[in-house]
Design a protein around this ligand. Structure first.
Ligand code: NAD
Length: 415
């Protein structure tokens, strides 16, 4: 088989699991070579009248379990290898939470801050024209990702529907409510993570009132999970953003922290809390640590100093593989990103279901169903882990890969 399209990062990630599962060459090919890769460049007229060409990608990694699903990111460092890896991870993530989807990812190499609102609209529409023939509610369903939001999804939906000549809201998720978006979508990732933590806390016999939590990152994910856990009675002792953090061992009143940040634009100088650096926050003596900011925050340099009992990875890849080994040796339990932050894609799936039925659910209905998907995935995973005597990340990969291989086998694509 042609090997030019191999995803090198995916290969490295499945290597360990391949040995445990005794995967053959055909299985390895499925897990390392995407089904479809689109690379294109397209022209957009800027406000100045100049015409600029943009590079875009869409990778549909595997669709054995259903139409592919994955976000579109706008970032200057977007590149094909990264998009392939993220599409692979989406394939695994959808399998882990039992969504009837495969995985995809897309992006444009662009610094969105350098463009006006009108230019961003033309760029978003141009991107959709390029992938129009390859997406659809039963083929591939995009969603927001880094630097893309409901406003961009609305333009993309409109462009798709113009080309299609009819309404097709189920082609894209993360849309505004007025254009068939779902209730609870904006805090679904955090709520999903909170449900996972609640399930784990039960297993660890951690009572919310006696459980301390430190959250790194106070954006969409970090702020919402801190707010939810505080509302549920957990003691959120520290939070931080890119400019530093605040700490109170008695617990912070997160609603007040949110208004303080809204008023002053920062966390610093919040009454009744000490200031703390991001590095120190990670090393706090806390029951739960929630990295919810950036990747590579816990590395071989600081892993040895981490004192949390449980780490809930809400950011993508906040722990490096070397640090993972150190934490495993220290008996620190890590709930990996691929499950911890899957709440967003679960509610994206609910949005697609609602669009397909043209029947819309209340916020309570969405959250009740989200809880079922997240807790089922946690419980399924604990069983796999006992079977294979391995860490949670390895367990998740094994669980997802087994489901994908089963679908491929039933389709007759594997022996
Ligand atoms: P965001 O941009 O809204 O927030 C990021 C936060 O991190 C901000 O508060 C920022 O100040 C802070 N930050 C940046 N650098 C920091 C540093 N060095 N130390 C501490 N804080 C720092 O982003 P988000 O949507 O909240 O996403 C956070 C993470 O969660 C990312 O890794 C993202 O890929 C992942 N994620 C998000 C979603 C989602 O639905 N938004 C879904 C899955 C995964």
């Amino acid at each position: 088989m042609e090997k030019d399209n191999v995803c090198i990062n995916c290969y490295n990630q499945v290597d360990k699991v391949a040995k445990v599962l005794k995967l053959g060459q055909a299985e390895l090919d499925i897990l390392t070579i995407p089904k479809r890769i689109l690379t294109f460049s397209f022209p957009v007229r800027l406000d100045s009248g100049e015409i600029r060409y943009f590079t875009g990608y869409r990778v549909q990694f595997n669709d054995a379990r259903g139409p592919t699903k994955g976000g579109i990111r706008f970032h200057p460092e977007v590149n094909l290898e990264e998009i392939k890896t993220l599409a692979f991870l989406m394939t695994l993530k959808c399998a882990v939470v039992n969504l009837p989807y495969g995985g995809a990812k897309g992006g444009i190499m662009i610094e969105p801050k350098h463009f006006s609102e009108q230019e961003l609209e033309r760029i978003s529409r141009g991107y959709i024209r390029e992938i129009y023939n390859f997406i659809g509610p039963r083929i591939d369903i995009p969603a927001p990702d880094v630097n893309t939001d409901s406003r961009i999804m609305a333009w993309m939906l409109d462009e798709y529907e113009k080309l299609e000549g009819k309404h097709a809201p189920a082609v894209i998720t993360g849309k505004p409510i007025a254009l068939h978006g779902s209730r609870a979508r904006e805090f679904s990732t955090s709520m999903g993570g909170a449900y996972v933590l609640q399930e784990m806390a039960g297993k660890f016999d951690m009572k919310p009132k006696k459980t301390t939590v430190a959250v790194q990152g106070f954006g969409n994910v970090g702020m919402n999970i801190a707010r939810i856990l505080d509302e549920w009675g957990y003691k959120v002792i520290a939070v931080s953003d890119s400019r530093g953090g605040i700490f109170n061992p008695q617990g912070l009143k997160i609603k007040e922290v949110i208004s303080h940040k809204e008023k002053t634009g920062k966390l610093a100088k919040f009454k009744g809390a000490k200031e703390i650096s991001n590095e120190a926050l990670l090393e706090l003596k806390t029951d739960v640590l929630v990295p919810a900011a950036l990747e590579d925050q816990i590395t071989k340099k600081n892993a040895d100093r981490i004192k949390a009992k449980l780490i809930l990875e809400m950011a993508n890849r906040p722990i490096t593989p070397e640090a993972d080994e150190i934490l495993l040796d220290k008996n620190i339990f890590v709930m990996p990103d691929i499950l911890a932050n899957a709440g967003g894609v679960v509610v994206s799936y609910f949005e697609w279901v609602q669009n397909s039925q043209n029947f819309y659910w209340s916020e309570k209905e969405v959250l009740d169903r989200l809880k079922v998907y997240m807790t089922n995935a946690v419980n399924e995973l604990s069983t796999v882990c006992t079977d294979f005597r391995c860490d949670m990340r390895g367990s998740l990969y094994i669980n997802a890969i087994k489901k994908i291989m089963e679908a491929e086998r039933l389709r007759g694509n594997l022996k």
